[in-house]
Design a protein around this ligand. Sequence first.
Ligand SMILES: Cc1cc2nc3c(=O)[nH]c(=O)nc-3n(C[C@H](O)[C@H](O)[C@H](O)COP(=O)(O)O)c2cc1C
Length: 447
Amino acid sequence: MTRDIFKPSGRIQFGIFFQGVNSGTIWKAAESGSQTDFESFRRIVQTAERGKFAAFFLGEGLRLREHLGRPHALDVVGRPDAQTMLAALASVTTNIGLVATQNTTYNDPADLAHRLSSLDLISGGRAAWNVVTTDNAWTGANFRRGGYLDHADRYRHAEAFVETAKRIWDSWETPSGPAHRVLHQGQHYTVDVTPRLPRSPQYRPVLFQAGDSPEGRDFAARQADVIFSAHPRFDDAVEFRRDIVSRSVAAGRGANAVRIMPASEFILAATDQEAREKKDWVRSLQIGPQQAIAYLEQFWGRELSAYDPDGPLPDIDPVVEETSETRGSGFHGAKARQLADQWRAEAKDKGLSIRQFVTSRTARIDSTFTGSYNAVADHLAQYARVGAVDGFNISPWLIPTGLDDIVNHLVPELQERGVYPTEYRGSTLRENLGLETPVRLSQQVSV
Ligand SMILES: Cc1cc2nc3c(=O)[nH]c(=O)nc-3n(C[C@H](O)[C@H](O)[C@H](O)COP(=O)(O)O)c2cc1C
């Protein structure tokens, strides 16, 4: 019975989400590092570890986004392969978890299970896999399978994939052996494999999941240890928690089985007023004139470089056939004209220029915590008290120095309030997240 009742831990933890692409990270400020140099990664991961962060997190993009046949101007910043980078970071860190986003649509389970086991081995049990399915067929053109699998099938496939990987990691009777052969014969692939590495110190890599549809949430409730959610605002976070608790209880797992860490951004200063001013400055760097025009071009499906970023939204209509958002996600097609009309009306109504309008749309209004260290710490303590989240996955707007104020000022405030760890609990990510040793798949019973 008690397994069905959610009990808040009263604590929060932090992860860092190092973003290469997207306008959230400013790469053109004087303090900006390089988005591909190892030094940027080393500097920031070591700062995160000094701040007792639970995890260092890398996303995945398997194809450069394009628009109108050219690489998307805002995204040509590069993103090194996550597992390669994390293996290197394992050697300059000792406690922080290393989370690799890896999709289930274009990988193979036996191969990926082995590579993740390798990262787990190299890091002494700090590896995690953020399971994504990749939300666009266009990426598929890079692969021999092409852009296959619709949304529902992607999750069915993901489930078979993750189950197979788990069976491979579960095939050890004891940490040193013997391992059973794993046979899987299903709709999507056939696997006959015996693991090539011993069981990990944390049993198997921690599983994160990022995906927000009902299918994605059910999948997470059945399979994941942690959800990288898109719901940081307090009310949303409480509602998302309620939803995940009910889904994980329905899936036969405990109400506390799945941790939740939403995406977030922090703009902090000594006073609220200074933080607000800093936010305006950050936003002006995130969305410059070129970014504003390039953003609209995705939705208009045509060149808009003749338009003044400080003037009104374009009066011409979108080219419907070309209107996919970076040809990667959210294909707008027939809705493009409607969207353009709506945006023009909204911008006119509020008296916003192109740049102001794009800034307001991309401002991550819901995921930004702005304020003094003190005020933001109080606000986060409230999340911890009710158990709205287990932590936040922070995207720094500056790399590699963007965590300095968080680690130097916010973390101590949170520690003083007793809601943030002062030490790592153990040496594995599973221990540091307070996760239990998984039940072996073959022994699992539904309740
Ligand atoms: C917070 C968050 C982060 C994500 N990060 C990635 C990523 O790095 N790479 C990727 O291919 N997909 C990423 N996704 C997309 C998911 O893999 C998924 O394909 C997409 O959200 C569609 O699934 P859904 O309909 O269940 O949301 C992310 C999704 C969310 C919500």
